[in-house]
Write a protein that binds this ligand. Sequence first.
Ligand code: FAD
Length: 390
Amino acid sequence: MTRSFDHVVIGGGVMGASILFHLAKRGARSALLLEQSTLGFGSTGRSSGVIRMHYSTEVNTRLSWESLNVWRNWSEHVGEGDAGWTHTGFMIFSDEDYRPTLEANIAMQQSCGVNVSLISREEALEIAPAFTIGEDEAVAYEPESGYGDPSGAALGWVTAARALGAQVELETPVQTVEIENDRVNAVIIDGERIQCGTAIIATGPWSSKFLATIGVSLPLKATRHEVFILKRDLEAIPFHPGGADMANLTYFRPEAADLTLVGNGNVVHDADPDNYDSGASMDYLYDVWSRLAARMPQIEAAEYTHGYAGLYTETPDSHPIIDAIEGIEGLYICTGFSGHGYKLSPAVGRLMAELILDGEASSIDIWSLRMSRFREGDLNSPQTTFRVMV
Ligand SMILES: Cc1cc2nc3c(=O)[nH]c(=O)nc-3n(C[C@H](O)[C@H](O)[C@H](O)COP(=O)(O)OP(=O)(O)OC[C@H]3O[C@@H](n4cnc5c(N)ncnc54)[C@H](O)[C@@H]3O)c2cc1C
């Protein structure tokens, strides 16, 4: 017998999981999520989990700010699982070059309601005595930011969606979407054709490959990024907030009691998601560790624990694509989140459910994230945070 669902979500990262949950929460319970491997197998399972508001465009700032409310009140919004919210605060360090951009970004973020401000060097050192801050540097502080557990969030969302009646199948790669007369008919998995009215492509770094199976081409590429974890001497550095260092080009956050996670999103290498090196490299380790030590000198004596690499899904303007696919009724795309999709995923899932169920995303204006912008040459200005966190 042919199985049939109203909605099939393809991909079990934070985006697919959040979309499934928000569909089910809105009452669309004939919904199935298909994941080729395990939940969080893609970017989600390798994400640094930083939750900060520092963006240079309004759309990303609003997505981030709205999502923070969910991270901080997970059980109230989702009711299942543990998304690992940990409050740390977040600092952005700027040299003279970046200062005008920082000031413009902060003004824009404040106009969106974000709790962020420029603070003095003395105030910054009081919050985080382990940092070295030059007299000529500027510091912005987001007191409400922190980090969380991306895989935990994906699991929480699908658990809550299943409790509402949605279904989830792992180890089930989708081969393609069957389209007839310009509308979605079914998704095809090994040995089965599952009928559906809508199919939502949330396939992260595999998106280009998957879109090719239905003859759609979008400027998406997968890129490889490393992070590593250091064990701090707690006497030397008992605590530090999360941060983005525009001068020394690192981002970092504390992890658990005595660890520090560090990365730098702008060291970019194109990668094939089915065949890339997911391990750490010595060159990167020494380079990024020494730059972290320029901001936090005593981290030099920390102990290396481990490192790994994961994939971003990048677009030419480092903004995602959240849209209905033009010309194919019932087909939707949600991808291209570079190094910042995790923190945006609560708001994105809600917007996707609006787009699918109401025909329009209304809670935040996402016109600038439409797929036609590439054809129209109407790109967003690239994130100024590109130097550190794409
Ligand atoms: C090293 C690193 C650090 C990061 N740090 C941060 C951070 O600090 N803060 C932040 O906000 N973001 C961060 N990100 C970005 C964030 O993790 C991603 O933007 C986010 O996880 C993207 O989620 P996704 O669901 O779109 O993609 P993914 O998590 O990649 O999920 C896509 C899923 O689709 C599945 N799939 C693909 N093809 C098929 C198919 N044909 N059939 C079925 N399933 C399929 C894959 O197996 C995968 O599980 C980081 C990313 C990396 C790699």
